[in-house]
Design a protein. Structure first.
Length: 190
């Protein structure tokens, strides 16, 4: 659990999806490991201002820049809200979230919680375990596939006691997600 480090009033955050390598490749990103992607997964959006087509970006700790920023739609969307909002809504929307700081120009202001930045610096990522109506943040656990959209859903080992159906273990390091096999070894990504 990583709640201690999130003990601040308001934070900037974004919901994310963890996608299998096969799913990530559909967006033209070559990878051998699952990646955290922004949540616009089933559509390619076109900016009403400049006509740029934008696709999901890969997120990890560090600087994330979109290919385009303009004064209409392009840029990185994020929320400004409470830490409680983060664990609740990142879970509902994507099962994963990033805490970030906007870099450069930012569009959007109070009372809207939705903002748009020229770039962001991701300072922390977390999984959200959601057994029933509970939810809590994770820095390690197991991944269960949901083949709709190639998602990988995180659970803590307590709330997913048997590991039946889980395909990988994960932990979050300062550099991002680290994966390891579940014993007995299942041939999934190997
Ligand atoms: Zn644009
Ligand atoms: Zn749990």
């Amino acid at each position: 659990m990583v709640n201690e480090t999130l003990n601040v009033e308001r934070i900037n955050w974004k919901d994310l999806h963890l996608i299998t390598p096969e799913g990530v490749k559909q967006w033209g990103v070559d990878t051998e490991a699952p990646e955290l992607l922004s949540p616009t997964l089933n559509e390619t959006l076109i900016c009403n201002g400049c006509g740029h087509y934008y696709r999901p970006l890969v997120y990890k700790p560090g600087l994330i820049s979109p290919d385009q920023f303009c004064n209409q739609d392009c840029g990185i969307y994020f929320y400004n809200g409470s830490t409680k909002d983060f664990s609740r809504w990142a879970g509902v929307k994507g099962s994963w979230g990033a805490i970030l700081e906007p870099i450069g120009q930012v569009a959007g202001s109070e009372p809207s919680q939705v903002r748009r930045a020229e770039a962001v610096l991701v300072t922390q990522i977390a999984g959200v375990c959601q057994p029933g109506k509970q939810h809590h943040l994770l820095d390690n656990g197991v991944l269960v596939p949901s083949f709709k959209l190639n998602l990988l859903i995180p659970y803590c080992e307590d709330h997913y006691a048997s590991n039946n159906g889980a395909v990988l273990k994960f932990r979050i390091s300062e550099n991002g997600l680290v994966f390891s096999p579940i014993e007995p070894l299942r041939k999934y990504f190997l």
